[in-house]
Design a protein around this ligand. Structure first.
Ligand SMILES: [Zn+2]
Ligand SMILES: [Zn+2]
Length: 139
């Protein structure tokens, strides 16, 4: 594989790049499969199509959580616990989740539970397709 930080080749089994000292797989400047320069925000290599994990880019974007969220989990959370906005916290829509908790308290849970239930359905049907960070949900 190639160092994602400096683009030099890293021998199999090496956990650290001998060229720049970065841990293998960290960085966002080069493709780990072909060594082609990649954009910081790219999710796949435009040269070979390899998927890119953006370790440093995620940190720079303010602790963006790694890994994709499950559509099923988010939908079920919305249907069963939507009144408390749990599905919105799960997806990173914290402001919306807080709104639902406030509504839950003000309206004895009726309005926000319907809201959360509808959102749960929308998530399961694919009408809500990304989390708050723009990452697509997995099926
Ligand atoms: Zn390196
Ligand atoms: Zn590549």
């Amino acid at each position: 594989m190639f160092c994602r930080n400096c683009g030099r080749e890293i021998g199999e089994g090496n956990t650290v790049c001998t060229g720049c000292g970065a841990p293998a797989g960290s960085g966002y400047k080069f493709c780990p499969r072909c060594g082609h320069p990649t954009d910081e925000l790219a999710v796949y290599c435009t040269n070979c199509g390899a998927p890119l994990t953006n370790i440093q880019g995620q940190n720079a974007a303010g602790g963006r959580p790694a890994g994709q969220k499950s559509r099923l989990a988010a939908g079920l959370l919305g249907i069963f616990l939507g009144g408390l906005g749990i599905h919105n916290f799960y997806l990173g829509y914290n402001e919306k989740g807080i709104c639902q908790i406030v509504l839950f308290v003000l309206c004895c849970g009726i309005v926000s539970s319907i809201w959360g239930f509808v959102e749960g359905i929308l998530i399961l049907c694919g009408h809500i397709d990304t989390d708050a960070f723009g990452q697509p949900l997995t099926d």
